[in-house]
Design a protein around this ligand. Structure first.
Ligand code: NCD
Length: 306
């Protein structure tokens, strides 16, 4: 039995196969319509979500399966004090696979340790968000044709943004990747990512504060929301929240084929005037998220469709 807690739980080879499967699902969805007949996914969401939860549910429904679950800690027995370990043991009797989102770092690993069914980490605190990374990789590979030899800009809340941590962890495994990390000093990537991931793998990167100076060098610009819920002080959040706003003037300085990604939800960091720019692919990215979650469900349940 396999779980996905971190994007590194799959080798680069396995990831390639998963992304190939997602592309095949995109091409001929009807072929997969009954692949999960009779199967159920449980979505256990202890933290708010729109996209991730609904895209798991949509993925399972597209495969012919069914969905059970809860969308807030208050509506589950967590409110009575039940542990994640006990909840997942119980859910193992109800469903074939589970996706869990939790505000505490490490909660998905605890669930996996107690589970009798495959567990998917749908975000654990400020730590990891592997299925968003699969979505990001599929988007980049499908639209750029490669995952290697690229300059990737990440901008915004690089400290608390779990999508950023998972994406950096994953991309360092491809050759010729450089990072431009754009954030205020308070929201730089955590030192464990800098030391254990970037430095350890000898990955070229720069850390800067000013987006205008570097946007012209990027092949991908991954914008992120300032993660209000992970701040200790509201004052600090208010001071930093509108530090970066991607607008038409900034896009005019970018390469003609630079792609703008964002895990969403967007707050103010991308002006809506950018939405019609063909380089803005964050809504396409959402669609790729459904294909890749379909591919992941099939892979973890070991279901093959010829
Ligand atoms: C992200 C998350 O939950 O970490 N959202 C998502 O799953 N697409 C990003 C965010 O909340 O800013």
């Amino acid at each position: 039995m396999r779980h996905i807690i971190s994007p590194l739980d799959f080798t680069v080879d396995e990831l390639d196969k998963l992304l190939d499967l997602a592309n095949d699902i995109e091409k001929r969805p009807e072929h997969y319509r009954h692949a999960c007949d009779g199967k159920k996914i449980a979505t256990l969401f202890y933290e708010p979500s729109t996209r991730t939860r609904l895209s798991f549910e949509s993925a399972m429904l597209n495969l012919g399966g069914n969905v059970i679950g809860f969308s807030s800690a208050n509506s589950s027995s967590a409110a009575k004090g039940e542990s994640v370990g006990d909840t997942i043991r119980v859910i193992s009797s109800f469903a074939d696979i589970a996706a869990i989102r939790h505000p505490k770092e490490g909660a998905a690993q605890v669930a996996a340790d107690h589970s009798y069914i495959p567990v998917i980490n749908a975000g654990d605190g400020g730590h990891q968000h592997p299925t968003q990374t699969l979505t990001d990789l599929l988007t980049i590979r499908s639209l750029k044709g490669r995952l290697s030899n690229m300059t990737i800009g990440l901008c915004g809340d690089l400290k608390f943004g779990r999508t950023v941590h998972s994406l950096i962890n994953s991309l360092v495994r491809y050759p010729g990747i450089k990072f431009i990390l754009v954030s205020p000093p308070e929201l730089k990537i955590p030192s464990y990512t800098r030391e254990n991931v970037l430095d350890k793998n000898q990955i070229p990167y720069v850390e800067v504060e000013n987006l205008d100076e570097v946007i012209g060098d990027m092949d991908i610009l991954y914008m992120t929301r300032v993660q209000r819920e992970r701040f200790f002080s509201e004052e600090e959040y208010l001071r930093l929240k509108d530090r970066y706003i991607l607008d038409a003037a900034k896009m005019a300085m970018a390469k003609e084929d630079m792609l703008v990604l964002h895990p969403l939800p967007r707050v103010n960091e991308i002006s809506t005037e950018i939405d019609k720019d063909p380089r803005a692919v964050y809504f396409k990215q959402v669609q790729y998220g459904v294909y890749v979650r379909m591919a992941l469900i099939l892979t973890l349940l070991d279901i093959k469709v010829d």
